[in-house]
Design a protein. Structure first.
Length: 144
């Protein structure tokens, strides 16, 4: 855990192996700040190179986020929005929404996706500034 507030939890993950996220290569050592809110219909992941440069932001459409002292749970609503610096956002996994999904839930997924596409740039800026502060205190401060 990096930071905890009543409505938000920020966690840190440093990958020990390379992996692909759609068309983005995340090398071993990629730093990820994951942010989870009780009050927002999405989670956010900020992927950074070991030197602190942003690789991408990845937003999961989600609900039922429950942040407890020892646990973190949420319901993944299948659709994700990928933001890469200098590239328009990409909506992924829309085809995974089942035809049988309740209309109200389908509407919430589409509304959240539209919000993440239209407002994602400002969210990325906000998270980027915040996460750079975390990065500096956790990684740059440790090397001094």
């Amino acid at each position: 855990m990096v930071d905890r507030h009543p409505d938000r939890l920020v966690v840190l993950f440093v990958s020990d192996a390379a992996r692909e996220l759609h068309d983005i290569h995340l090398a071993a050592g990629t730093i990820t700040f994951g942010t989870f809110w009780n009050t927002r219909p999405y989670n956010a992941y900020h992927f950074m190179k070991p030197g602190g440069e942003t690789l991408a932001w990845y937003f999961n459409v989600a609900d039922e986020t429950n942040i407890q002292i020892e646990t973190l749970d949420w319901r993944d609503l299948l659709v994700d929005v990928l933001w890469t610096p200098g590239v328009p956002p990409v909506v992924v996994d829309v085809e995974e929404i089942p035809d049988t999904l309740a209309p109200e839930l389908r509407r919430r997924i589409h509304e959240t996706t539209a919000f993440l596409v239209s407002e994602g740039a400002s969210l990325c800026d906000e998270l980027g500034r915040r996460d750079q502060g975390y990065f500096q205190s956790l990684f740059e401060g440790a090397s001094q």
